[in-house]
Design a binder for this molecule. Structure first.
Ligand code: HEC
Ligand code: HEC
Ligand code: HEC
Ligand code: HEC
Ligand code: HEC
Ligand code: HEC
Length: 300
């Protein structure tokens, strides 16, 4: 801009003045430039910004509106048609309407080589569950200046925070003590990858997450004890969890009810009724026996 206009109108004296250095017949550069030539290129300055290779706010101002550099990020982005860039989540990661990778912060889009290849298995519907929101695993920033996102209060440049810093765990988090180890891509203390009996689930990137991966190899292995009595007597899962699973296909019938934080029980076709408060069944099972409010005791 400023030096481009100098290029168009060279110093009439033809000599080197305090503003420009004549390096050859075609290139004119200001003397005191902070950034190298070509820095306005989005892939150059955008990558440095995302990886926090410099503290942009130190010179471009706390709100990135210019500061001592007098070059406003927002004004220039607006000129390129991105006035709301600071709240436009796919400006930097994700694509279309979806801010989640693939298309990570390195502009990499190959799911095989991004930091968390299973992202889409969580943020989109699968055969086992409905889409999960970002807040299941991240603090959700409102804009680029949100605390812990990238420009403010983030001490891990280029690496996304997974789970929540102390004091910011959502009150209804299913796995409030969850831990993510980026080196091994492993989550521990998670509810969702457990058997439904607690929050001790563990999973690593690349694990084969089929029914038995969470519920035990022979499915019934990790279920609460009274399951065994019923399953050994030939009672199928869908007799007691008909809205959740359909046998023999092991298809999840209503995904919104699976891995949603609640164990889904309903009355059985045999006429039993489940009372969640007393955790007991009443009624008769195919007329063979009676269940006088027999409690389901997981640790029997
Ligand atoms: C000279 C104009 C200009 C200035 C000044 C500028 N940008 Fe940009 N920036 C652009 C353009 C143009 C794009 C590309 C927009 C598009 O087409 O997606 C861009 C893109 C970006 C991207 C996204 C890159 C990507 O590939 O994901 C980031 C991040 C970014 N700018 C950060 C900043 C920050 C931070 C500042 C201020 C410290 C800043 N920019 C100042 C012009 C500018
Ligand atoms: C030490 C101060 C300083 C820091 C830190 C700084 N800038 Fe700048 N920036 C400037 C100044 C001064 C200019 C005006 C042109 C120049 O001197 O390079 C500028 C200009 C720019 C431009 C316009 C490009 C051009 O060629 O004129 C972009 C884009 C930009 N900065 C992006 C960033 C981004 C992104 C960061 C953080 C990764 C950043 N700057 C960090 C001082 C700084
Ligand atoms: C099941 C948990 C989970 C959910 C849900 C989730 N993420 Fe992530 N996300 C991760 C993990 C794990 C990483 C990888 C962190 C690492 O190893 O660097 C990650 C990384 C990222 C990154 C950085 C990518 C990179 O370039 O390294 C961004 C950006 C991101 N997530 C955004 C989102 C957004 C936006 C959503 C919601 C639409 C979302 N995530 C939902 C677990 C999740
Ligand atoms: C200027 C680029 C930029 C924009 C715009 C942007 N992000 Fe990010 N986002 C990043 C970077 C870079 C990371 C990796 C973060 C790090 O270093 O901690 C990230 C990480 C994340 C993460 C992972 C958790 C974390 O903070 O590390 C989530 C979730 C996320 N962004 C959501 C959003 C949402 C939602 C929006 C829109 C409101 C948005 N982002 C807009 C650059 C951006
Ligand atoms: C006789 C009825 C019955 C059958 C058959 C049955 N369940 Fe259950 N299931 C229950 C009851 C009762 C609970 C406890 C509900 C509660 O704690 O609120 C339960 C709880 C669960 C839970 C939560 C964790 C646990 O172990 O308590 C899972 C997971 C589960 N069942 C899966 C299955 C699967 C898979 C099958 C088939 C292999 C199956 N169930 C068969 C009645 C049954
Ligand atoms: C990622 C781990 C995971 C996988 C994979 C998984 N489940 Fe579950 N499942 C759970 C958890 C956790 C619960 C506890 C209840 C809840 O939150 O819905 C559960 C609950 C159930 C229940 C009890 C009813 C309910 O939804 O509450 C049944 C039945 C069940 N799962 C069957 C299956 C079948 C069949 C498959 C394979 C198609 C499967 N599960 C795959 C974690 C998993």
């Amino acid at each position: 801009m400023f030096w481009l206009s100098l290029l168009a109108c060279p110093d009439p004296s033809g000599g080197t003045d305090t503003d420009v250095v004549q390096t050859d017949t075609t290139t004119v550069e200001p003397e005191e430039r902070h950034h190298p030539a070509g820095y306005a290129e989005p892939s150059v300055h955008g990558t440095e910004a995302k990886l926090q290779e410099q503290v942009c706010r130190a010179c471009h101002g706390d709100g990135l509106q210019g500061g001592i550099s007098q070059v406003s990020c927002t004004t220039c982005h607006a000129q390129a048609g991105f006035g709301g860039w600071d709240r436009d989540c796919t400006f930097c990661h994700g694509s279309g309407d979806d801010p989640a990778p693939p298309e990570d912060i390195d502009d990499n889009t190959d799911p095989a080589s991004i930091s968390f290849p299973e992202h889409t298995n969580h943020t989109a519907e699968t055969e086992q569950h409905d889409p999960y929101d970002c807040i299941e695993c991240h603090v959700l920033p409102a804009d680029v200046l949100s605390d812990g996102h990238l420009f403010v209060g983030d001490d891990t440049p280029g690496v996304a925070e997974v789970f929540w810093p102390a004091g910011q765990t959502p009150p209804d988090a299913r796995s409030p003590d969850a831990v993510y180890d980026a080196a091994t891509s492993t989550c521990t203390n998670v509810y969702c990858h457990g058997a439904g009996l607690g929050r001790a689930g563990e999973v690593s990137s690349g694990d084969n997450v089929v029914c038995g991966g969470c519920h035990g190899v022979a499915v019934a292995n990790q279920l609460s004890v009274p399951h065994r009595l019923h399953i050994n007597a030939g009672v199928d899962c869908d007799s007691c969890h008909p809205t959740a699973v359909r046998e023999p296909s092991w298809e999840i019938v209503d995904k919104s009810l699976h891995i949603d934080g609640e164990i889904t029980m309903i009355s059985t076709p045999g006429g039993l009724t489940w009372d969640a408060d007393s955790r007991a069944c009443t009624g008769s099972c195919h007329g063979k026996d009676t269940h006088p409010a027999k409690a389901w005791n997981p640790v029997e």
